[in-house]
Write a protein that binds this ligand. Structure first.
Ligand code: PLP
Length: 463
């Protein structure tokens, strides 16, 4: 496995560049707006606040660890994507990044569509009030039950991921007397992460049907013949935490090439093209993500140019941002427990959560930043590693960061940009209780996903 191909990008590999952390930030109390949600600031006492409520109050009311999501920021980002792409395109929020009924309602109200990839996500989407025709159903191994439920509900599209699934979905839809709108997910031989992409002839991965060797063209041939399916377009998703648009350029070129071949062979111009998600966010001050309007402009131009070249009508574009919408909108609040200085190395700061609420550092060597949130400090910076309380030495939340040297047990620290793939990937390892998600807006805080209790754990253990 190539370490550089993990979703956090090559900068996040095992060995940090020499001297990467040699210089502490000039102001340890500063909150870089790049990594913090829009309403996060410090109040007159130096306490971090979000949506007008300070973290000491939030910790008292909701406990720690907990995720706090800035509702205004979520809505602003969702709306920015919607507006950037305009009425001739669709924005599908990728539910796997973080999904709850409250989030579904925000998306609905802001005019976004929703991607789901399991029966559980589909149920949450429907329970949250998303109209079925605005839902897309993904996955490389959807069960017959999941497909049946999706067709029955009337989802707007199912993204077909294999030859078996073409037949399976067609059969299920036909047996219900329905014609299901579908896209075919193709692998275009591009893998993009952060600042680079790799173009290969063959994609060695579980998702999609390869363009190579005419496989995708054969999938299209079969889908067009089946009464239960209405083929509306081609889907491609090339990676995650991407900052550079050149991977999308290659992907669009290859997908449009397939659309042209389809027109030439079957005389049909498929009306839609989905370019997937994967747009990057700032986890630390070193990251420079693009704004939605820049991304929309770049993608729209790329597709138009390619279609012009192939003399095709420009299809309706859809995109599927997950992380880029929800990632920056939340932070995790922890209480400092023990502090262990290791002479000449670093100081280990243990918090009351860990890999059970943020697995990304252990899983992808992802980088995060951290700040002292319950007060400011003028103390000297010390190099710290923020670790959890699990029985595992890889239980790291923030690998390397600077915090003030007077940090003490009971202080609250906050890790920003934990809105995506943290609560949604949370586990019960060591029988940890998964933290709540609290939405904060205009001086008001409410739990949208409650904290797990020991009763919840014991309810599953039937003895
Ligand atoms: C994961 C995924 C996304 C969202 O990825 P982000 O990095 O969160 O933007 C979009 N589409 C598909 C098919 C995915 O699997």
């Amino acid at each position: 496995m190539s370490r550089s191909a993990h979703p956090a990008g090559p900068r996040h590999a095992d060995v940090l560049p020499e001297g990467h952390y040699s210089a502490p930030p000039t102001d340890l109390n500063a909150l870089d707006p790049k990594v913090w949600a829009q309403t996060v600031t410090r109040d007159a006492h130096g306490v971090v606040t979000v949506g007008g409520i300070d973290v000491k109050t939030l910790a008292e009311r909701f406990g720690t660890p907990a995720y706090f999501i800035d509702e205004a920021d979520f809505r602003t980002r969702a709306r920015a994507w919607r507006t950037a792409f305009g009425p001739d395109a669709d924005v599908f929020y990728a539910g796997k990044a973080f999904l709850s009924r409250a989030v579904v309602r925000w998306l609905y109200e802001e005019g976004l569509n929703l991607d789901v990839c399991s029966g559980g996500e589909l149920s949450t989407a429907l329970a949250g009030g998303m109209p079925a025709d605005r839902i897309a159903f993904h996955g490389n191994n959807k069960s017959v039950e999941e497909i049946t439920k999706a067709v029955e509900a009337g989802v707007g599209r199912i993204v077909l991921d294999s030859f078996q699934e073409i037949v399976r979905v067609a059969h299920i839809a036909s047996s219900m007397g329905k014609r299901q709108r579908v896209q075919i997910r193709v692998t275009v031989g591009v893998e993009a992460h952060t600042h680079e992409f790799i173009a290969t002839a063959h994609e060695d991965q579980k998702f999609g049907i390869p363009l190579a060797d005419g496989q995708a063209a054969e999938a299209v041939r079969r889908a067009l013949q089946l009464d239960g399916l209405e083929l509306i377009g081609i889907h491609s998703h090339i990676g995650s935490q991407i900052f550079d648009m050149s991977g999308f350029e290659v992907a669009a070129h290859r997908v449009v090439g397939l659309l042209r071949d389809i027109r030439d062979e079957h005389g049909v111009e498929l009306p839609e093209i989905d370019l997937g998600g994967g747009l990057g966010i700032a986890y630390t001050s070193d990251d420079d993500p693009r704004e939605p309007h820049e991304i929309a402009k770049a993608l729209t131009e790329i597709v138009s140019r390619e279609c012009e070249g192939a003399r095709l009508r420009t299809p309706r574009i859809s995109v599927e941002p997950g992380r880029a919408i929800v990632g920056p909108t939340a932070f995790t609040l922890y209480e400092v427990g023990t502090i262990k200085p290791l002479q000449g190395l670093r100081t280990y700061v243990s918090v009351d959560g860990g890999m059970s609420d943020n697995i990304r550092t252990a899983l992808y060597d992802a980088e995060y930043s951290v700040c002292l949130a319950s007060r400011t400090s003028d103390a000297e910076p010390m190099l710290v590693r923020i670790v959890g309380k699990h029985c595992e030495s890889g239980d790291i939340v923030v690998r390397d960061a600077f915090l003030p040297a007077d940090l003490a047990p009971g202080d609250l620290i906050a890790v920003p940009a934990t809105g995506a793939y943290c609560r949604s990937m949370a586990s019960n390892y060591n029988h940890a209780l998964r933290p709540p998600v609290v939405a904060v807006a205009d001086g008001d805080a409410r739990v949208i996903v409650r904290r797990e209790t020991e009763d919840d754990l014991l309810r599953l253990d039937v003895g």
